[in-house]
Design a protein around this ligand. Structure first.
Ligand SMILES: [Zn+2]
Length: 121
């Protein structure tokens, strides 16, 4: 009985060790940095309000173009992007209702970031 146990112990001790297991390496692509974030871009003014350059360029036209150009860039970073306006028109019938509408939209859309674009020259 003792000899059988010694033989088994010797056989176990002499057995070759199996190769260490290879750990799986992380291959998942990291999430885009703005994933899950709602960014509201607010092109200021509208209906040719705001600043006008000496050359006759209107602030509201320029900031709308800037906002529209920024949308695909922010979306590529994972953000959900919304614009307070996507047409040349103002949002309200007057400055105070226009501003109220922009803020109300940002709140309703649960904005993480609200960026109001203005340009004066
Ligand atoms: Zn402005």
């Amino acid at each position: 009985m003792i000899q059988a146990a010694r033989a088994a112990a010797t056989a176990t001790a002499g057995a070759t060790k199996s190769a260490p297991s290879v750990r799986a390496t992380a291959t998942a692509t990291p999430a885009p940095p703005l994933q899950g974030r709602v960014i509201v871009l607010d092109p200021g003014h509208g209906s040719h309000s705001g600043a006008e350059s000496a050359a006759g360029n209107w602030e509201d036209d320029n900031v709308l173009a800037i906002a529209q150009d920024a949308v695909p860039m922010l979306e590529a970073l994972g953000a959900e992007v919304r614009l307070t306006r996507s047409t040349p028109a103002i949002l309200g019938s007057a400055d105070n209702t226009d501003l109220t509408a922009r803020v109300a939209d940002a709140i309703a859309w649960h904005a993480d970031v609200f960026i109001s674009l203005h340009q004066n020259w």
